[in-house]
Design a protein around this ligand. Structure first.
Ligand code: B12
Ligand code: SF4
Length: 452
């Protein structure tokens, strides 16, 4: 059959084209559409805004027609997120992820019906997890929500809405149209810097200096997500028999993993969100009685008897017994693998332990030899780490090393002496500074590489 005679083609050609939608779209009309679809608040950001410049290429690879980003938020019910009974909090997280996605789907459907290219970039999972441990999320919603005036990232790095506080989840819709009026970023942060999030987090992922300890949150809160699941499967694989397995993994942990796999994965904490008093709808009880607020919302989480998953030689491992006597720690492995020196260097920014760094104030020049030589400067000062490519500043210690030797350097059983004797590593400066650097990181899993 000729294409011109095909029934679909005949029908389409006989149908009158839908009336053209205005271009740019009317912002008031679009806002009404989003709120009616179930969003609790909404803002619009043009693709050319500087706040999203670093995401532009990723966004256009997802929907090349994109001209505007619609940022939407869904409110979570506060008491559900606050309770120490975390199954209830987890249900609230999951339901809100569903509602923000559902609102986005309705908006996209309505826009598509008007011939406007539109796509929901998805609030959270599924993500491109096959790219793990690389960046697996297609879009970062937080900077877009900030640009859309829907809040600012607080001390705990979650976006705090001026009215709803941090009891919101975010999503972004990409559309192939400009909008008559864009949203502006807030000119203040709703965060009141009370640091209740610091006090509540069982692994001090939120540092009192505003730093974020990625590996602490990821190892505990995300025990039943990506990395924790990998670790659990390896424990199954490594167990000699059921008795050995039962020694490694308790019955409670196994059924909890079953629950996460059967329903939706459960966060172990997310306490930073639970205790935050910021936002117009949230702050009154805190203003009336700060101590009472902490007693009511922070203390029960601090006093919950629970297992806290920690990396060996991490700040959390040291802190939990003294700060939270009701909680017990269990060591788990860090398993965001790094097969090349670039990802290894990135990895150490995720695993840096600020308390272990103590008063270390040193600059390291790292010279990696081999097929892909690389120079980098690692600076540790005031309990923060910075890594720059190239050699800058005066080094306190220069480390020249084969790539495999560097990648094994923070692993259990590493011998500096052996590496120096074999010539795989050379130091120019005090060896003590090498040990102090290594001590700033958790002890990684078992070494599978044999040093010559
Ligand atoms: C990666 C991620 C995480 C990571 C990193 C958290 C973080 N601070 O960024 C982990 C697994 C630890 C995490 C934890 C949680 N998350 Co989360 N997470 C994301 C995700 C997928 C991307 C975040 C992002 O944009 N990061 C980049 C920049 C913008 O953030 P950043 O803070 O400057 O960057 C840090 C890390 O991302 C990391 N990093 C930066 N680049 C890269 C690259 C790689 C490869 C890796 C591994 C890490 C990494 O280093 C930075 C400093 O530590 C978003 C969903 C999405 N698609 O946007 C949800 C999101 C940020 N998470 C959310 C929530 C609610 C949580 C939790 C409360 C758990 C939960 N119940 O869902 C905790 C809170 C932890 C905290 N206080 O930040 C919400 C936040 C809502 C809000 N009001 O802002 C989001 C927006 C999901 C959503 N759709 O609503 N999350
Ligand atoms: S708990 Fe306090 S310090 Fe932490 S984000 Fe909320 S307002 Fe800011």
């Amino acid at each position: 059959m000729r294409l011109d005679d095909h029934p679909t083609v005949l029908k389409v050609r006989a149908t009158e084209a839908p009336p053209a939608t205005p271009d740019p779209l009317d912002a008031a009309w679009l806002k009404k559409l989003c709120l009616e679809a179930g969003a609790d608040d909404v803002g619009f950001v043009a693709i050319d805004r500087p706040e999203v410049a670093d995401q532009k290429a990723d966004i256009l690879s997802i929907l090349p027609e994109t001209q505007t980003l619609i940022s939407i938020v869904s409110r979570m019910n506060r008491d559900a997120v606050r309770t120490a009974t975390r199954s209830i909090a987890n249900h609230e997280f999951h339901e809100t992820y569903s509602s923000v996605n559902e609102a986005a789907r309705h908006i996209v459907k309505a826009l598509e019906a008007k011939g406007i290219p539109a796509l929901n970039a998805v609030a959270a999972f599924p993500m491109e997890v096959q790219d793990f441990p690389g960046k697996s999320w297609p879009i970062s919603h937080k900077p877009i929500a900030e640009a859309a005036g829907l809040g600012k990232m607080g001390f705990h790095r979650n976006v705090i809405h001026p009215k709803f506080g941090n009891f919101i989840l975010l999503d972004t819709i990409l559309i192939g149209r400009a909008v008559t009026e864009e949203s502006k970023a807030l000119d203040y942060s709703p965060c009141v810097e009370c640091k209740l999030c610091v006090a509540a987090c069982p692994v001090e992922a939120i540092g009192p200096d505003g730093s974020f300890n990625f590996s602490a949150c990821y190892s505990h809160n995300y025990r039943e997500f990506l990395g924790g699941f990998l670790d659990w499967t390896e424990q199954v694989a490594d167990a000699k028999d059921k008795h050995d397995y039962r020694e490694k993994v308790s019955e409670g942990e196994v059924v909890s993993m079953w629950q996460s796999l059967s329903f939706k994965p459960s966060y172990k904490a997310a306490y930073c969100v639970s205790v935050c008093p910021a936002g117009e709808d949230v702050i009154s009880p805190y203003l009336e009685d700060r101590v009472g607020f902490a007693d009511r919302f922070v203390k029960p989480l601090q006093q919950t008897a629970e297992t806290i998953y920690v990396l060996p030689n991490s700040d959390a491992e040291t802190l939990v017994p003294s700060r939270f006597p009701a909680k017990t720690t269990k060591q788990v492995r860090w398993n965001i693998s790094a097969n090349d020196i670039f990802s290894y260097l990135f990895n150490i920014t995720l695993t840096f332990q600020r308390r272990k760094a103590g008063d270390l104030d040193a600059t390291y020049h790292l010279r990696v030899t081999g097929d892909m030589p690389l120079d980098a400067t690692i600076t540790i000062t005031r309990r923060r780490i910075e890594i720059e490519f190239g050699l800058t500043g005066e080094p306190d210690l220069t480390i020249e090393t084969a790539p495999e030797t560097w990648m094994a350097a923070f692993e259990e059983g590493f011998s500096l002496e052996k590496a120096l004797t074999s010539g795989e590593m050379k130091l120019d400066g005090p060896a003590d500074l090498f040990h102090r650097l290594a001590a700033c990181f958790p002890t990684y899993g078992d070494i599978e590489r044999e040093l010559a």
